[in-house]
Every structure is written in C-alpha cells, then in structure tokens.
Write a protein that binds this ligand. Structure first.
Ligand code: ACO
Length: 327
C-alpha cells in the first residue's frame, strides 16, 4: 500500500437548471424520450459570463477547504477537461494563476473524455508517491458551450460542472489502494470531435457548414464498450488490490447514462443500492462526473468512513480507468 490518499474533495455546479421540457423548446425531443433512453431529467448550464476556469476554481477551493490544505501547499496541478478555457495554453495555467498557487507544474489531461478525472487521480497518486507531492486534481467540463444546441442526438445528454480532489500523504486520508487504466485506440471513431485539429482545421467553410461543434458518436458502440470496459477494469482494480467485489461498499461509476450504470451493475452482479447515480439531476458532465457523484454520495449519506469505494469511468479514446479507495 502506498499511503497516498484523498485528503479532501469538493464540487461546483452552475445555478441554472435546465429540464427535459426546456430542451423540447430547442429541439424535437421529449421528457419521455430522454428519460427512457438516459435517465436524465435535469442538468446544469453555465451562465454566459462563466468559463471553464470559473467552474474549476470553485471546485478546487471547495476541495482545498475540505482537505484543510492551503494553496501554497499544492505542489502540482492536473486539470482533466475536454472543454478547455482556450485552445492554448491549457486550462491548468489559467487555474494555477487564479488560485494563486506557487509556480508548480500544472498541466491538462485532455481528450480522454469522461475517463479524465480517474486517469488524473492515478497520475496524481504516482506523482504524490514519487515526488512526495500534494497534488490538486480537477475534473471540469462546460459542454454546453462547445456543443451544437440544434443536434438532439447529443445536446440533451450533457451538463456543466466541476469536481476536485487533493491527493497526498497523510495519516487517516482516504487511501487510494490501487488504480488501473487502459486505452483501445482502435475505437477512436466511436466517439470524437474532429473539428479544430490538424485533420480538420477551423475554416470559414467549416463554420458555414454548422459542423464545427459537432460531436460524432455511435451511441450503441459507446454503450457496449462502456459496459465491457467498466466491468473489466472494476474487476482488474479489485484483483490488483487483493479485494473481492463482495467487500465493496459503494461504486461510483461515470454518469453517462442510467442504462449503462444499470448494465454495469448487472454485469458485476452488484445490488443496485451499492451503485451511486446522480445522472438524473446532472446529466453527463464528462470529466467532472465522478467527483460530482462522490460529493453527492457524501451529501446524501451514501459514503461512510471505512467504506471501500470503487470508481470506474470510460471515455473517448477509447479510455477507461478504475480506482479503489478506502475512505
Ligand atoms: N429526442 C428524441 N429523439 C431522439 C433524440 C432526442 N433527444 N436523440 C435521438 N433521437 C432519435 C434518433 O434520431 C433516432 O430516430 P430514427 O430512428 O428516426 O433515426 C431514434 O431517436 C433512436 O436513436 P438511437 O440512437 O437508436 O437511440 P438509442 O436507443 O441508441 O439511445 C443513446 C441513444 C441514449 C445516446 C444511447 O445510444 C446511449 O446511451 N449511448 C451511450 C452513451 C453515449 O453515447 N453518450 C454520449 C457520449 S459521452 C460519454 O459518455 C463518454
């Protein structure tokens, strides 16, 4: 065991609540369709004046306060996001300055979709171990700003938010017992945003085509891969840590879709009450979804001291990651 753990965690969601009925004013959809396919009822939408760093800052401050760690004690910053403040430099640079951190290494983990936060947690644990560092990890997403509001296939799925955790060595911290992660790059085509990169740079033609915010995905393939990979990586992380599934008190899966969560629950043979979900109220918040769920689990009394907690996530890439934590 490494002795590295989560010292504290926190989250932030914008105040505007958007319901399924609200969406039906923008696209041809219904509460019935969205609820039956995804389990989502509401999501949060950032205010016009808010940007990614504003959300990240609030979550980071909440995590620092929860950990009882001052900004000057942070030795490294990792921001997991696919909806950055600007294209370059990374969101972490803006956040380092905003929080008034020392001139520490700060970098983004981008492009790994909704697996970002758990991947960053794995990385932070290694850095905390090798550098004796206290690492601030943030998962933040403002998908409402970078999606096509006229594409009913995608717009209803997402929400905005941020979650953060402080990782380091301290007696009594929620110890990260093991992490696993993996990538299957043969599946890049099932979930991607092609525009803006070297393959399809921004251009006047692209803007006129209305496709520059398009997220391409094959929902059924994503569904299948998500269930397969989350199930396998949950089993792998337990094996790595020498624990059994029957010992797990709480599972915090990526909140993409209630039906995916139910399928993972079934494929692992878990009781539904062991698996936490808040997708109904927040939708899919990408890299922010796991820490947002963790905060909600604590607030609603589902997370107790001593619990063995399994986090599992998947995202574009296709990437997946799981972590086992003793709270
Ligand atoms: N409202 C009403 N109808 C809709 C909507 C909508 N918001 N969106 C799509 N439809 C229509 C489609 O146009 C299609 O109509 P057609 O048959 O006339 O062509 C019909 O509904 C069925 O569409 P399907 O894609 O077959 O619907 P499906 O049952 O597969 O559900 C969903 C779609 C919810 C996206 C599902 O595939 C899924 O859960 N996928 C996995 C999650 C996912 O992909 N999330 C986004 C990626 S981000 C991530 O999680 C990492």
């Amino acid at each position: 065991m490494s002795g590295i753990g989560i010292l504290g965690f926190g989250a932030y969601t914008p105040s505007r609540v958007m319901t399924n009925e609200d969406w039906s004013q923008y696209v041809d959809t219904s509460d019935e369709w969205i609820t039956s396919r995804t389990g989502i009822k509401t999501r949060r939408i950032a205010a016009a004046e808010e940007t990614t760093v504003d959300l990240a800052e609030q979550a980071a401050l909440a995590a620092l306060a929860d950990a009882g760690v001052a900004t000057e004690e942070i030795d490294e910053l990792i921001v997991a996001t696919d909806t950055p403040e600007v294209y370059m430099p990374d969101t972490a640079a803006f956040l380092q300055h905003r929080l008034g951190l020392r001139e520490v290494p700060a970098y983004d983990l981008g492009g790994s979709g909704c697996a970002g936060f758990v991947l960053a947690l794995d990385l932070a644990r290694s850095r905390a171990l090798s550098e004796n560092a206290t690492v601030l990890v943030v998962g933040v997403e403002m998908l409402s700003r970078l999606m096509d509001w006229s594409d009913r296939n995608t717009c209803v799925l997402f929400g905005d938010g941020a979650g953060a955790a402080v990782i380091g060595a301290r007696a009594g911290a929620a110890e990260i017992l093991a992490c696993v992660a993996g990538t299957d790059g043969s599946q890049t085509g099932i979930l991607q945003r092609e525009t803006g990169g070297t393959k399809k740079p921004f251009s006047k033609e692209l803007a006129e085509s209305g496709e520059f915010l398009k997220i391409d995905f094959n929902g059924r393939s994503v569904f299948k891969e998500a269930v397969r990979r989350m199930t396998a990586s949950a089993v792998a992380v337990l094996e790595k840590a020498g624990h059994q599934l029957s010992e797990v008190d709480l599972v915090i899966p990526h909140q993409a879709n209630l039906r995916i969560i139910q399928a993972v629950t079934k494929s692992l043979g878990l009781q539904p009450e062991t698996v936490f979900s808040n997708v109904e109220k927040l939708g899919n918040t990408g890299s922010a979804s796991v820490p947002l769920a963790l905060v909600d689990a604590r607030e609603c009394g589902s997370l107790h001291s001593g619990d063995l907690v399994l986090m599992t996530a998947f995202g574009a890439g296709f990437h997946w990651a799981s972590a086992l934590i003793r709270f």
